[in-house]
Design a protein around this ligand. Structure first.
Ligand SMILES: [Zn+2]
Length: 291
């Protein structure tokens, strides 16, 4: 089954708040992304959407760059059964972006009123949220038809760790460390030199609060109803045959880049640990295969 890849990104102005109240803001990000998506989906397609979302907190140079990757099936679940959508259209991106912004800002206001952001003052909350409401927030949305396998593999790889592997270190001595990264504006590889202390500081930005779930499932992909929905969808789509190798799936050479953290997904093919969580993340792939 085709699906869409959406990325909900928080503006960097919220980074200072995240440093003080990461759990509340990460939870709000999951909640509001789903709320914006599902409400709009109900309105536009008259059915329940599904979403598997993975939290990333890093950019290419390990700075804090909080974004949520969402895999959304190209269809909605109605009482009568599964309703497939057009392959290249899901929701109007501008409307979705505005809804996400409004939902996130009102969620943060509510969190402050309820005393969940005690390190912040009334004045700074009002000031910053008013500023953020005036700025455009852009939700990335693209049909993942052409790179669905590489996308799921990429997200599965970072379900338990951040995007930092040994081969990205170019020089390592007592004084400095050079880190290779891809500048996603130019597309070129570049080097960033940091002190070991700065590298560790940046690395620690991405340690999640204890027990926080980095991967969550919603709507027709939520744990409670997923099996039931899957059974009906499989039955309904029984005639769906995935193309054999060489079909519409693009090859490793033509994969995608994460629009937020800039990582190329293609370099990670065939290198995924099959942990319990990554198996669960692969549900959309299992739908592809009709299993
Ligand atoms: Zn990412």
């Amino acid at each position: 089954m085709p699906y869409f890849h959406l990325v909900f990104t928080l503006p960097h102005e919220l980074n200072a708040w995240i440093a003080k109240h990461d759990r509340v803001i990460y939870d709000a990000l999951f909640h509001t992304a789903w709320r914006a998506l599902n409400e709009l989906s109900q309105r536009k397609h008259n059915g329940r959407a599904g979403m598997t979302a993975v939290l990333h907190t890093w950019g290419q140079t390990l700075v804090r760059h909080v974004h949520l990757h969402a895999l959304v099936p190209s269809g909605v679940y109605r009482d009568q059964g599964w309703h497939s959508l057009k392959k290249n259209y899901f929701l109007p991106v501008k409307l979705l972006s505005n809804r996400f912004r409004g939902a996130m800002v009102s969620q943060l206001r509510a969190a402050f009123r309820e005393g969940l952001l005690p390190a912040l003052s009334q004045m700074e909350v009002s000031r910053l949220l008013n500023v953020l409401m005036q700025k455009p927030w852009v939700v990335y949305c693209k049909s993942a038809l052409e790179y669905r396998s590489t996308l799921v593999t990429y997200l599965a790889r970072y379900s338990h760790r951040i995007a930092l592997s040994n081969n990205r270190f170019q020089v390592w001595n007592n004084d400095k460390i050079s880190l290779q990264y891809r500048d996603y504006r130019s597309g070129k590889q570049s080097l960033l030199t940091l002190t070991p202390q700065e590298l560790v500081r940046r690395f620690l930005l991405h340690v999640l609060p204890r027990g926080l779930m980095r991967i969550r499932h919603y709507g027709c992909l939520s744990n409670a109803i997923r099996a039931k929905v899957k059974k009906r969808v499989d039955k309904q789509l029984g005639r769906y045959e995935p193309k054999a190798n060489g079909g519409s799936e693009k090859t490793a050479e033509s994969g995608c880049s994460c629009p937020a953290c800039g990582e190329r997904t293609v370099t990670y093919l065939g290198d995924v640990s099959e942990s319990k969580v990554t198996k669960r993340l692969r549900i959309l792939q299992s739908w592809d295969n009709g299993s």
